[in-house]
Design a protein around this ligand. Structure first.
Ligand code: UFG
Length: 332
């Protein structure tokens, strides 16, 4: 049976790659997006509905019209630095909107949800061990706190109803579709790999490292980079897991999607130099507020429960795919 899946925020970076993967695995995606940061032309397949999450009537109407079976929820503001300056906007977009989505799902009788959470819920932990889902959440910026708040909300709703939900805690998403049909298009771009690649391409004069006095091997922050297509596959695995569960009981589980291996900002810069063959200027500026020193996943739970393992997430493949996408021929 082909299942119709509502992909909220499906016009964004990870959402649009997941739409392709859903199609490939015999699900029918229906994208619901307000296009505040996504792109209509990034939705390469399935139906598209332009709408706000706070418009509950439109959500319920869409769920019923397309006979939706389950929801994947990507729609959120994601820049940690911005969240420090504008917390209210983040709580409205990330928390209040999810309340609205859950209410719409309840009215329409839907109870399966895959939620985009983040490694940012871990914040600065006391040891530099791999981050396991059982650790207490301790986010260090409003962005991470909005995601932690939604996870608490999901747990409460699952405890009191038949909601079945997995919160996928992504580590650092990167790369692009291997055929360069889709890739990262944030505006303005703030993420490390695309910014370093833009510098390698000569579109920026210099790349600036945000702080080299962190308690890490070379003083720069360490992150766990995971390929966007691997993340997309993780969502399908999570969805299938939710469909395998008993219908009457509520269920909530956080699951990391990462590789278990971390790279410093300087290591990423070196890898970009190798992949592109370009040299470029690198400077060091102050720390960016809200950046934890190190975020590296314990990937065990995803492997055990979802049978998910990254396939394209070597740092070189991530950078090669992102580089190919950046140099794709202009459309037309
Ligand atoms: N960095 C720089 N200079 C830049 C941009 C980034 O040094 O110009 C550094 C950052 O300080 C950080 C690292 O590169 O140490 C990665 O920064 P990104 O902005 O690429 O990503 P973040 O780790 O801040 O956040 C990303 C997502 C979040 C997610 C998090 C999970 O944006 O949504 O990964 O680890 F929660």
């Amino acid at each position: 049976m082909t299942r119709n899946v509502l992909v909220v925020g499906g016009a964004g970076f990870i959402g649009s790659h997941t739409v392709l993967e859903l199609m490939e695995q015999d699900f029918n995606p229906v994208v619901y997006d307000n296009l505040s940061s996504g792109y209509r032309d990034a939705v390469l397949t399935g139906n598209f509905v332009e709408g706000e999450l706070e418009d509950k009537d439109r959500l319920v109407e869409t769920i019923l019209k397309f006979d939706i079976s389950s929801v994947i929820h990507f729609a959120a503001l994601i820049e940690a630095g911005e969240s420090v300056l504008e917390p209210l906007r983040f709580y409205r977009n990330n928390v209040a909107s999810t309340v609205s989505l859950l209410e719409a799902m309840q009215s329409a009788g839907l109870n399966r949800l895959v939620f985009s959470s983040t490694a940012a819920v871990y914040g600065n932990q006391s040891s530099d061990q791999l981050l396991h889902e059982s650790l207490a959440m301790s986010p260090v910026n409003p962005y991470g706190r909005t995601k932690a708040a939604v996870e608490a909300l999901l747990q409460d709703v699952a405890d009191s109803s038949a909601l079945k939900t997995v919160a996928l805690r992504y580590f650092n998403a990167g790369g692009a579709d291997s055929q360069a049909r889709l890739g990262e298009r944030h505006d303005p771009e703030t993420h490390l790999i695309p910014l370093v690649l833009q510098t390698a391409a000569g579109r920026r004069e210099q790349f600036s490292i945000f702080g080299d006095d962190y308690p890490t091997t070379d003083g720069t922050c360490i992150r766990d980079y995971v390929h966007v297509t691997d993340l997309a596959k993780g969502h399908i695995a999570a969805l299938k897991h939710l469909f395998s569960l008993d219908d009457d009981d509520g269920f909530y589980q956080p699951i990391n999607l990462g590789t278990g291996k971390g790279f410093s900002v300087r290591e990423v810069i070196e890898a970009v130099r190798k992949v592109t063959g370009e040299d470029f200027e690198v400077g060091v500026s102050d720390r960016r507020p809200g950046d934890p020193a190190q975020l590296v996943s314990d990937p065990g739970r995803a492997r055990e429960i979802l049978r998910w393992q990254p396939e394209r997430s070597s740092l070189y493949t991530i950078i090669e795919d992102a580089w190919r996408y950046m140099r794709r021929p202009a459309p037309g």
